[in-house]
Design a protein around this ligand. Structure first.
Ligand code: ADP
Length: 303
């Protein structure tokens, strides 16, 4: 299964340009869509799950155009939106039964088998008789995943997967996604949290102001930051100068004053030790340096 996005743009009726000529290929496994707030992630997700039409361009799934094969492709989709709400009067199991019926599962026995299986998979079997509204944040999120998976979709789209989860629930949720991705499934995660991407995704794209700034593996993005992340040991006076000069990723008090991790294409006027970058470093490096460079190159071609 493959999703191909061709020259996709979305301009809202008020003139907001949310997506601009996007081109992207998404294959099996977990695909991370990372970008700051307002980058256009939700807009893209909503177009992918057919809640919204693009202004131009198209999306194909296995060569089939979304706009022409709506019914068929919809049956392959599972979606967990950012602001997912439950019916407060339904128990977890009843809620899943309702969602299963909505997704076209007419056979009662088939539905109850599917509900039992999915409740086990997301670790909510014990909570099947609890009111959905009384579950913890992490359990609600897992129930959200359960409703998105109940009809065994081939494409699972999740917007901001770990919002509102505590660290333990976050890890559990990521592990659950890894388990699901072992099948022939495409999982698309959209997030502004770098950690959601690094631990689970094999491929990713960086969306910025409606455009794809990078697409590849997290390791490729990290590779680009190698040699551009530094640890500087600074006293109070240097601390202020460094803050004014470089993007600072972390500051930890130390014997000499401060141990600061900074991103710099070239480190000037300060001495530092090189640091092996992680995805967070790479993201900052990309946004600060590469992106600026891309924009400057583009301006040069325009002028
Ligand atoms: P993200 O999910 O990355 O935060 P969005 O897709 O929500 O980004 O938004 C992308 C851009 O489109 C933003 O500038 C936002 O203000 C704008 N936008 C989103 N929804 C609407 C809407 N319904 N009407 C007008 N503009 C919108």
């Amino acid at each position: 299964m493959e999703i191909v996005i061709h020259d996709l743009s979305k301009i809202y009726p008020n003139g907001n340009r949310a997506l601009l000529n996007l081109n992207l290929k998404i294959g099996h496994g977990i695909f991370g869509l990372l970008g700051p707030n307002g980058a256009g992630k939700s807009t893209l997700m909503r177009i992918l799950v057919m809640l919204m039409e693009p202004s131009s361009g198209m999306v194909t799934v296995n060569g089939m155009e979304l706009a022409r094969y709506r019914k068929e492709i919809r049956s392959w989709l599972g979606y967990l939106p950012q602001d997912f709400h439950f019916f407060p009067k339904l128990r977890s199991g009843e809620f899943l039964d309702y969602m299963a019926r909505l997704s076209g599962m007419k056979n009662r026995k088939e539905r109850s088998d599917a509900i039992e299986r999915i409740l086990e998979e997301v670790g909510l079997f014990e909570a099947r008789d609890r009111m959905a509204s009384k579950l913890s944040g992490g359990m609600k999120r897992r129930l959200g995943i359960a409703q998105a998976l109940i009809h065994r979709p081939k494409i699972l789209v999740i917007d901001e997967p770990t919002t509102g989860l505590d660290p333990e629930e976050r890890i559990r949720f990521r592990n659950l996604l890894s388990e699901i991705s072992a099948g022939e499934v495409i999982i698309i995660l959209s997030t502004h949290i770098v950690g959601d991407i690094s631990s689970t995704c094999s491929h990713m794209a960086l969306l910025n102001k409606g455009e794809i700034a990078f697409s590849g593996s997290p390791e490729e993005l990290i590779h680009e930051a190698r040699g551009h992340v530094w640890l500087i040991r600074a006293d109070d006076e240097a601390y202020h100068r460094i803050n004014a000069r470089y993007p600072v990723i972390s500051t930890v008090p130390s014997k000499e004053g401060w141990a600061m991790q900074v991103v710099a294409e070239k480190l000037e006027d300060f001495k530092g030790e090189p640091v092996e970058p992680n995805l967070e470093h790479a993201y900052v490096h990309f946004m600060e340096n590469k992106l600026k460079q891309q924009l400057e190159d583009r301006m040069e071609t325009i002028l």
